[in-house]
Design a protein. Sequence first.
Lengths: 111, 116
Amino acid sequence: GENVEQHPSTLSVQEGDSAVIKCTYSDSASNYFPWYKQELGKGPQLIIDIRSNVGEKKDQRIAVTLNKTAKHFSLHITETQPEDSAVYFCAAIGGGFKTIFGAGTRLFVKA
Amino acid sequence: GAVVSQHPSRVICKSGTSVKIECRSLDFQATTMFWYRQFPKQSLMLMATSNEGSKATYEQGVEKDKFLINHASLTLSTLTVTSAHPEDSSFYICSARDPGRGNEQFFGPGTRLTVL
């Protein structure tokens, strides 16, 4: 079945450094790839997304890249801040609108 | 825009009781809503897809008689956990798809269910 693998499961960085989270999907029909940030006790919040006809998208300190051939997509956070600490989930969605989530990455930004 | 609310935000109940959770799209009409369950330190697991006016589609391993889903209108879907047991304690999250925005889904804030 469809699967999304996400790495690393935990990431610890110093404030100001960059953080990179990588995902791989299995369903070649997937065409929409959102990234969510989830804080403790809250629902996921969309932070950035990319569609299959685009290779890269940037929004201030956050960027996402997509390699459709390799079925890889990555989240890049630059100049990390303590408030970036949270769990981040990648996801892949195909034509049936079914969202397949990665396992999540717990990001710690140390001040 | 694209706000999804859930009610209640947290509920504690006794084993054997039923609990209803509401998911509402506040500023758009959602033809499709999704229900997820999330255990501590785990990812979101899709339980079912709810389409307005029709029966929900359940994922493998999810008991449809235990988790009753009703999507009676374009802005409301409900999940009822029947005869709840302690193992049903979890964080339940809904999301709604806005047909006008393609594949984007908007998530509710979640409902923390604790069954004693």
